[in-house]
Design a protein around this ligand. Structure first.
Ligand code: PLP
Length: 378
């Protein structure tokens, strides 16, 4: 068996050493950040330093960063009828957006066959509406397709609405600037960029009043009650700083590895389809399928070779339900059933890509053999 390869970074990224060090140090700080004594002030300092680092990563003001328990909570906090008359969301959003937060219904904004939000449809859907709140992700977690967020923001704003951007899959992989994107609200999650699971943030445009989801003490400027998870937040901050520092080098490195990986997919299966390949994608994400392949079986076959990949989105793994993302792109259900997502990150190197290639060569061979038998039997 080849060397083990973790290639499921869009599900979660391994903890960065910088985050581990910051968390270990923070776990030894005894204070509650709301306490006025020295220990409390030291804990507050850790939270505020992390807030500064996260704000710097996405070009936001530190005071506009609201810490949450993760991307899911940040999405739920953002989607509130207190700031919008109705909710529209792209058909490829993560389930935590499609659930609609505190709205009772969500209207779909369609996407094109290339996995891009249909801006003409968006303009039509928001026209004449009372304060539409629109949610569009920065990059899709399954295909990696980067969405035309800045253009969507112009459309939404000219209709008098607000734009929420689920940017969970973006930072550390592509440049992500809150102001340049024209977002009013933006969701981040620590564990996708090498911080701990269970920490996230909602960035809000200055002055935008949020209806808290969790009420109680006045933490997070009244937007999210509860004693802050100091160690997780410190880890989030350290990961954000490290991800920002490495971005330029990593984009080039990831792109080269991903191109090599995709060439390998095609080399052993010339009819493989790479979804969203015509669009600009995250540099480290590949979603592909081959006619006749079953994703569940393929994931197990890869796992037996020590290669961790996923079928469709991680949050829905375990469920056999077809991908709503591929369905929205109009992909034929039989082909969608075989979709395998391979995603890379800061510690992925050529060895992992080679392990993937070896496992894929074996799997593709058995797939073609099975097809041949079927053809002969037919
Ligand atoms: N949004 C997107 C695009 C995601 O990919 C995920 C997780 O997979 C989430 C939101 C949820 O984030 P968290 O796991 O921090 O709750």
């Amino acid at each position: 068996m080849a060397a083990p390869a973790y290639l499921d970074w869009n599900a979660t990224a391994p903890l960065r050493p910088e985050a581990r060090a910051a968390m270990t140090a923070a776990l030894d700080a005894a204070g509650n950040p709301s306490s006025v004594h020295a220990a409390g002030r030291a804990a507050r300092r850790l939270v505020d330093e992390a807030r500064d680092k996260i704000a710097a990563l996405v070009g936001a003001s530190a005071k506009d960063v609201v810490f949450t328990s993760g991307g899911t909570e940040a999405n739920a906090l953002a989607l509130s009828p207190s700031i919008g008359g109705s909710l529209l969301a792209s058909a490829i959003e993560h389930p935590s957006v499609r659930a609609g937060g505190r709205f009772t219904s969500v209207e779909d904004v369609p996407v094109t066959a290339d996995g891009l939000v249909d801006l003409v449809a968006l303009a039509r859907l928001v026209a004449g509406r009372d304060r539409p709140l629109v949610s569009i992700m920065l990059a899709n977690n399954e295909t990696g397709v980067i969405q035309p967020v800045a253009k969507a923001a112009e459309i939404v704003h000219s209709a008098g609405g607000l734009l929420h951007v689920d940017a969970v899959q973006g930072p550390g992989r592509i440049a992500c600037d809150f102001k340049a994107l024209g977002a009013d609200l933006m969701t981040l999650s620590a564990h996708k960029l090498g911080g701990p699971q269970g920490a996230g943030a909602l960035i809000r445009r200055e002055g935008l009043a949020l209806e808290p989801l969790i009420k109680g003490g006045g933490q997070e400027r009244g937007a999210r009650a509860g004693t802050e998870n100091v160690a997780a937040i410190a880890g989030f901050g350290a990961a954000a700083e490290a991800a920002g520092r490495a971005l330029e080098v990593e984009v080039a490195r990831m792109t080269a590895l991903r191109d090599q990986l995709e060439a390998g997919i095609k080399a052993f299966a010339s009819d493989a389809v790479i979804f969203g390949a015509q669009s600009v994608r995250l540099p480290q994400t590949t979603l592909f399928s081959v006619p006749g392949m079953k994703a569940e079986t393929a994931v197990i076959a890869f796992d037996l070779e020590g290669v961790a990949v996923s079928s469709g989105s991680a949050c829905s793994s375990g469920k056999v339900a077809p991908s709503h993302v591929l369905a929205a792109m109009g992909v034929e259900p039989g082909l969608a059933k075989g979709a395998i997502r391979v995603s890379l990150g800061y510690s992925t190197g050529p060895n992992e890509v080679e392990s993937f290639q070896k496992a894929w060569a074996k799997l593709a061979e058995s797939l073609y053999k099975a097809r041949k038998h079927k053809d002969i039997a037919a």
